[in-house]
Design a protein around this ligand. Structure first.
Ligand SMILES: [Zn+2]
Length: 415
């Protein structure tokens, strides 16, 4: 074995030693007699599979304020600003910001990332750059790229061709934005087209679905019906679905039955949607985050995303998934102990399911040695204190180490 981690506290509470060798997890036992070239005693700290960032836009990350700041704070002003900023996109510009963001994420324990790439710009610079980045970083972080038609598949002539070109270039998933298409009919048609493309090119699906407060925005039912009919099920993800929070309960209850049948994944982005949604409300203001708790109670797969890190839609963002989980705990009122642990699952194992990377993910013998050590003894403590990720192991090697902050009280204040 190359590396032995002693006294690791697993998310479920057991205390084990974990041996790594040749890039995989070779052994997990309460007390391993074997020794390794290098040993690290983590003294009962939480050892977890790495964080999964289910939904981010790496192409727009780190552009906040360029060419201007979003004054209204709305999604639609964000789309306008991005339309101007993307005129000056170059491969180098996107690659540099994407890699800087991935490093920010990896140093905080994220080793699996699904990024959207805007494919409604004629040169496909964002997509080409992110596909290159996916390749450049593959030895230390796994990146999936969704071809995302920000301006709609039917928003301009040529957008469908750009989507198809993006899939031929190697995008991992087909994206969409049905609620932003010009008409309800265009939106429905776009969902059907997305499923056809996914089947034709054998790709995953991740649709920005109903990211609006309009209680009449009902594309989730179209996505779910297509998932049932095509049998694509868990290869399909509905991102955002914020309108679900505004639906009347009679409709929501009916919809929940269809969603259970469809077996699709859901991604909530609570940091972004608590700030973007409800902007046209007076009081009471809606939270605008999908029904995370109810989806989870229904046994459906929900994961969480950051969505934005310093871009036209959100000038904040740390890349830290514990910030995302903490916001979900608050906004979705998931403060029960099992609910807090569920939110930790949403940034780890559930995210791996959404990305369909379970084969390469998890603390199990034989799996690739991707794991993180946190300065906490449980998932609950990790979220409560936004615990420092002290060690990030990727493909069996120590990738990053971070010292937790140290606090020293002065003598005069002791006791
Ligand atoms: Zn998004």
């Amino acid at each position: 074995m190359d590396l032995m981690l002693r006294e690791c506290r697993l998310p479920g509470g057991e205390l084990v030693d974990i041996g790594l060798g040749e890039g995989v997890i070779e052994a997990i036992e309460p007390r391993l007699a074997a020794t390794a070239a290098r040993e690290i005693n983590v003294a009962g700290k939480l050892v977890s599979p790495p964080f999964v960032e289910s939904h981010i836009h790496l192409d727009s990350a780190l552009t906040a304020g360029q060419p201007r700041w979003n004054k209204s704070g709305t999604l639609f002003e964000g789309i306008e600003i991005w339309r101007d900023r993307k005129q000056s996109l170059s491969l180098e510009d996107v690659k540099a910001r994407a890699i800087a963001t991935l490093k920010l994420q990896a140093q905080q324990g994220v080793l699996f990332v699904r990024s959207h790439a805007d494919v409604s710009e004629a040169n496909l610079s964002a997509l080409k750059a992110l596909l290159e980045v996916r390749d450049t970083v593959k030895d230390w972080i796994t990146v999936q790229v969704v071809a995302f038609p920000q301006d709609g598949l039917y928003g301009s002539p040529g957008n469908l061709d750009l989507m198809e070109a993006a899939l031929k270039l190697g995008a991992d998933a087909v994206g969409g934005i049905p609620h932003y298409e010009m008409t309800r009919e265009d939106g429905v048609q776009s969902v059907h087209r997305i499923f056809e493309l996914a089947q034709h090119y054998d790709r995953l699906i991740d649709i920005h679905c109903d990211e609006i407060d309009d209680d009449q925005s009902r594309f989730l039912e179209v996505v779910a019906a297509c998932a049932v009919r095509s049998g694509l099920g868990s290869r399909v993800t509905a991102s955002h679905t914020t309108a679900f929070a505004s639906y009347n309960n009679a409709y929501a209850f009916k919809l929940m039955g269809l969603l259970s049948r469809a077996d699709i994944n859901f991604i909530a982005n609570p940091l972004i949607n608590i700030t973007l949604q409800g902007r046209t409300d007076t009081y009471p203001k809606r939270r605008g985050v999908t029904r995370v708790k109810e989806l989870w109670q229904q046994g459906l797969n929900v994961s969480l995303g950051h969505d934005c890190v310093q871009d036209p839609w959100y000038s904040l963002g740390s890349g830290n998934m514990l910030d995302v989980a903490s916001m979900a705990v608050h906004v979705c009122q998931m403060t029960g102990q099992d609910e807090i642990v569920a939110c930790y699952d949403m940034i780890t194992t559930n995210g791996a399911k959404t990305l369909a990377v379970q084969d390469a993910y998890g603390l199990e013998v034989g799996k690739p040695a991707n794991l993180i050590v946190l300065d906490a003894d449980s998932p609950y403590e990790a979220i409560r204190r936004t615990a420092t990720v002290t060690h990030v192991f990727s493909r069996g090697k120590l990738l990053v180490q971070t010292q937790p902050a140290e606090v020293t009280w002065q003598n005069a204040h002791e006791g």
